[in-house]
Design a protein around this ligand. Sequence first.
Ligand code: G3I
Ligand code: 9MR
Length: 565
Amino acid sequence: LPDNGDHTIRLNQIGFYPTAPKVAVIVSSKPAPAFYLIRHRDETKVFSSKLTETRPTELSKEPTQTADFTIFQTPGTYRLVVPGIGTSYPFVIAPDVHRGLAKAVWKGFYFQRASTALPERYAVVWQRAAGHPDDSVVIHPSAASASRPAGTVIKSPRGWYDAGDYNKYIVNSGITMGTLLAAYEDYTALLDTLALNIPERSNTLPDALDEILWNLRWMLTMQDPADGGVYHKLTNARFDGMIMPAAAHTPRYVVQKGAAATLDFAAVMAQASRVLRPFKQLPGLADSCLQAAELAWQWAQQHPREVYDQAALNNRYDPDIVTGGYGDRDFADELIWAAAELYTTTQKTEYIQLTKLFPDRKNPLPSWGQVRLLGYYTLARHAQRLPDYPGKENVTMRIIKVADELLRNYDQRSYRMVMGATAKDYIWGSSSVAANQGIALVQAYRLTQDKKYIAAALSNLDYLLGRNSTGYCFVTGFGSFSTQHPHHRPSIADGVRAPVPGLLAGGPNPGKQDKADGCTYGPGTDAPDKAYLDHDCSYASNEIAINWNAPLAYLAVALEAYYTG
Ligand code: G3I
Ligand code: 9MR
């Protein structure tokens, strides 16, 4: 543990907005009636108040006390002292306290770029040579068609590496791009001026869009122009070793087309077409995106049940492909999302008419395999300019319902956070659950202007940045006690001690699927909220992934926009 703070005091290790709730959780039952804040610079006492004991509500059931210093609003750098227990890491109170985080998390996508070198000018000590040019990608036998028989070579460069591995998966790019484009639609003014120091920094496009384009241009190459279907992924046959991109030379394949990939692609392209339309610097791109989206939609109409079933393919084709599956068998939600984006962009009612927008009463939180709400968010976002369609009022109601369920009793729980109300929140990539809950709450705020939703969304940012039962800040490069050893090939192989910054670790996952590969979780990791291991062996709790960074990128920007005005 770093010697500059006490691990028993859990708080957002970056800091707080002056006008926002400010809470620290003390993991101890030792009686300590009061706490105070000291100025970091000279240790002057600036505030003191009582601790409140709370009934332990987290799954790990540790005794906790709460220090609430919401009313202290003076900007500065401080530490929190609990006499007889300890002193916290330093933290900041400032109106733009998460601006640096927002930038770094968007910049995280730059660090995931395939097919290009990252020069020192942009990547500092994490500079690296180019790898995975993906200019001679082989059509896998599962993807063979009349115009592209197996073994045909295509070009499919650019894109972001999915995660700690070097493959590029359309399904996961789908929710990632949808979330980033939504951030741009909702917070255009802020993102127009967020400087990311990327190679396109001096062109006339906002950096955030330039970064998005790196992946969009790759995605466009994943569509078979002959029929509109989209390959499920571009991948090696098996995962690379723990090597840098430039050292990876095994053959790259595109595999079978699938309905999930094709519908996610249609949604992203329809949304991108709408977002990119105003930019005259990109002649023709908005049209190409829309054409690609409509072609993909048609393919999906003709192949509504085309599952990508990796295990089944491996009995039929050579070579076996054993990288990430992203296997989904239910496309009702992908259909809703694609229809919502296509309708919003074109206003052609056929998309809505062809789709069951409300197949049941459920409103599942977004994840790579469940994108229904992304469609509802879009329909709600553009409600004012969209003509009526059956169920239009339902869309808003459903989003508010999701948010109200998330709100229930959250401020009575010991960590005063929305995350972790049930063990179900702690799945593989649980950090993205927290961030996606935050987005749902922000969407409800945008529809109602009720700030209770913003405070609740912030509670989950606090969770990700340290106010949680592991005590870790899950974003690399931020906080005093944060993820140091992510399952991320460049961070492992680059010889630099610090991990690549701005990346969100998966977080607690009691599944611990990596135990089978020799990962040993220490004592005290049995409870779902504590099932986290900061070791690079831990792909089940400590990998990073673009679909986890994206909702954090959204949330950080939304909260900055709200609190800094
Ligand atoms: O669908 C079941 C659900 O019915 C059940 O209640 C629940 C209980 O745990 O499990 C659900 O399945 C889980 C599935 O994700 C959907 O959430 C599996 O247990 C879980 O193992 C699976 O994890 C996925 C993991 O790949 C393994 O396939 C993660 O969501 C997914 O983010 C992760 O993605 C990997 C890529 O494959 C490769 N690249 C890195 C990336 C991040 O680790
Ligand atoms: O490195 C892989 C990671 O990106 C995946 O999320 C994970 C689950 O599919 O698998 C990792 O690769 C491991 C493989 O599954 C089993 N052998 C060890 C590999 C590296 O730790």
